[in-house]
Design a binder for this molecule. Structure first.
Ligand code: HEC
Ligand code: HEC
Ligand code: HEC
Ligand code: HEC
Length: 175
């Protein structure tokens, strides 16, 4: 009797332990996968499809990046340059059109952050520094959903040091 019981306890452990291990692997993997992507957007918009497969230039949708502080998230109207004709009955396009017709701008969630006190400007980086978007934003054109990035001061400083860009402005330039 006693040995039968021991057996079944052992059998339970044989199943339970690997299951617990597998479970925790999946749990961490899942957490990791989730964190690797940014927030879900109100309209499913894929940079991979637009900038990658269809090779639409970043500048077409974000035309102010090298000129002003605000790179410009495309206004709704811009989507319909194309989507008046391209897949106009796609459910996400229908949703976008409802926003447009109701004059209810899509609330895109921000994915790139800098600390509050930092005023980041694209202009010196793109126009004078000649940097590619990907050097800071990663390979956006391969992403369906953009990855969240918290820019820490270290990121700014490491690159500035490598490129011998200005370092002594850290107290003066952002206020
Ligand atoms: C310069 C043209 C152009 C602009 C501007 C454009 N799109 Fe597209 N979009 C396309 C093309 C081309 C496709 C691929 C259509 C196909 O698969 O047949 C597409 C596909 C899509 C899809 C379907 C994605 C999928 O998984 O197949 C969605 C949703 C979409 N676009 C949303 C938008 C939104 C929202 C905007 C505005 C922020 C926008 N598009 C701006 C050309 C454009
Ligand atoms: C067809 C239009 C379109 C094209 C082309 C496009 N984008 Fe975007 N981009 C968007 C839209 C719409 C959003 C807001 C939704 C989102 O974050 O996915 C966005 C968001 C972004 C953001 C996130 C801003 C933030 O913090 O919320 C970055 C960075 C960006 N795009 C970079 C790029 C780069 C780099 C390219 C070229 C490789 C590119 N985009 C091409 C439409 C476009
Ligand atoms: C030197 C690094 C760097 C480069 C190069 C760069 N960006 Fe950015 N980008 C940032 C940072 C940092 C932010 C967040 C700024 C903020 O929140 O004020 C940002 C934000 C954005 C946003 C979101 C702005 C918003 O209103 O939320 C878009 C769109 C964008 N970048 C597009 C581009 C495009 C397109 C290019 C290439 C032409 C580019 N960026 C090149 C660092 C960079
Ligand atoms: C990938 C490299 C890279 C990253 C990341 C980067 N920078 Fe820069 N930055 C440069 C280069 C290169 C220049 C110099 C452009 C020139 O004048 O030739 C520059 C110039 C500047 C300037 C203008 C300085 C002047 O001469 O007036 C400011 C301000 C600045 N960066 C702030 C930032 C901040 C804030 C961040 C982080 C959020 C950041 N940078 C991240 C490469 C980078």
């Amino acid at each position: 009797m006693a040995s039968r019981k021991k057996h079944s306890v052992r059998r339970v452990l044989y199943v339970a332990i690997p299951a617990a291990i597998l479970g925790s692997i999946l749990f961490f993997h899942y957490q990791h996968t989730v964190r690797a992507f940014g927030p879900e957007q109100p309209i499913y918009f894929s940079h991979r499809v637009h900038a990658g497969v269809k090779e639409i230039s970043c500048n077409f949708c974000h035309p102010f990046a090298e000129r002003s502080r605000n790179p410009g998230i495309p206004e709704m109207e811009k989507c319909f340059y194309c989507h008046k004709h391209v897949i106009p009955t796609h459910p996400q396009i229908v949703k976008e059109r409802q926003h447009y017709e109701n004059n209810d701008p899509v609330q895109w969630k921000k994915v790139y952050y800098v600390p509050d006190h930092v005023k980041f400007m694209h202009k010196p980086h793109i126009k004078w520094g000649g940097l590619e978007c990907a050097e800071c934003h990663g390979e956006v054109k391969t992403m369906d959903r953009l990855q969240s990035v918290d820019f820490q001061m270290k990121f700014c400083i490491t690159c500035h040091r490598q490129r011998e860009a200005q370092l002594d402005c850290w107290l003066a330039c952002h206020h």
